[in-house]
Design a binder for this molecule. Structure first.
Ligand SMILES: [Fe+2]
Length: 342
């Protein structure tokens, strides 16, 4: 007969999990880690609890806006209680790295689980989920088949039909950085000017109102992150938004610009091993799936099992390095501001 402890252990093994390694047991004695996260989804908390259950490492979570967390870490310096910083968007991760807020983590499993183009080449941060900036089309106003690439949004026949979020949006900044890398400055400048010439509505300050405007026919086409449409379709913001989102056709430009949320170990952390373990868990196929599903995002590899995302179909990622997008952020912002992207 199995003792209760042994039964619990065998249940873990049945679930496909490894029994704790010796080093895990050692650090599980009393270790607590602080996590500062720019993500704010209840399901993230369930994942941190699962991590604690597996490792014994307690997670103290502080959620706030990305830029506020960066500022806080700068102010706290070496006294910061944060061991892991989770941020949304490659440009912010790169900014935090530039400010010296991360220390490199060495990990064979992170090398394996996080594709090369979705992590910092010096190990300071690692992508955990993927999101795609897509065209949402109102088929009554624009034929979705005419939108095949981001460049198509600059075509003069879309005059008065294109709606864009403003250039303060880090998502748009990263998209422009992405195009700078893929197409070079002259082509990207011409593209930005062409799009700006097609915009007659005021620039939007967030993605959801933009998606609503396209659905209502105020605009024929706009650019938003996939998860905003998915949230509306899921009914998370009510039946009215759900009905609106059902009017939209999601079009993946080919190839598609992929951005990330990601995390790194803070410079101030004295718990490098435990902090790295948390990032490893979140990047693993198990933890990563949960992290992506929490916000209707795509996992690091493949398309996941979210039925709403499956309904959008598949996309071909353009493969641009998240690190390079961050490095081009300033050039992208400058190009947007000097070419009329408000
Ligand atoms: Fe967002």
């Amino acid at each position: 007969m199995l003792l209760p402890g042994a039964a619990a252990l065998s249940a873990v093994v049945v679930a496909g999990l490894q029994p704790p390694a010796r080093s895990q047991t050692a650090i599980s004695q009393a270790v607590e880690i602080g996590v500062y996260s720019g993500r704010h989804y209840n399901t993230d908390k369930a994942l941190y609890r699962e991590f604690t259950r597996r490792t014994g490492i307690k997670v103290n979570l502080l959620e706030s806006k990305d830029d506020a967390l960066i500022e806080r870490l700068r102010t706290e310096g070496n006294r910061s209680p944060a061991d892991v910083l989770v941020l949304v968007d490659a440009a912010r991760l790169d900014k935090a790295a530039d400010l010296g807020l991360f220390q490199p983590a060495r990990s064979a499993s992170l090398m394996r689980d996080v594709p090369l183009n979705l992590r910092d080449s010096r190990g300071r941060w690692f992508g955990l989920t993927r999101r795609v900036r897509v065209a949402v089309v109102n088929p009554k106003l624009v034929n979705p088949a005419t939108i095949r690439t981001y460049a198509d949004l600059a075509k003069p026949k879309l005059k008065g039909k294109l709606c864009l979020r403003d250039s303060k949006s880090v998502y748009n900044q990263s998209l422009v950085a992405d195009q700078l890398i893929l197409r070079g400055e002259p082509a990207t400048r011409a593209w930005v000017r062409g799009m700006v010439a097609n915009v007659t509505q005021p620039f939007f300050t967030s993605d959801t109102p933009l998606a609503r405007a396209v659905a209502k026919g105020d605009c024929g086409v706009g650019l938003v992150n996939t998860y905003y449409v998915a949230r509306m379709l899921a009914g998370d913001s009510g039946n009215a938004d759900k009905a609106l989102a059902q009017q939209l056709k999601v079009v993946f430009p080919n190839p598609a610009h992929v951005n990330i949320s990601g995390a790194g170990v803070t410079k101030s952390s004295r718990n490098l091993e435990a902090a790295t373990k948390l990032i490893e868990f979140l990047a693993s196929p198990t933890g990563g799936r949960g992290y992506a599903e929490a916000n209707n995002e795509y996992p690091l590899k493949g398309y996941g099992n979210n039925p709403i995302l499956k309904g959008f179909g598949t996309f071909k990622a353009d493969g641009v390095s998240a690190e390079q997008m961050g490095a081009r952020n300033r050039q992208a912002v400058n190009l947007m501001q000097t070419n009329g992207w408000k």
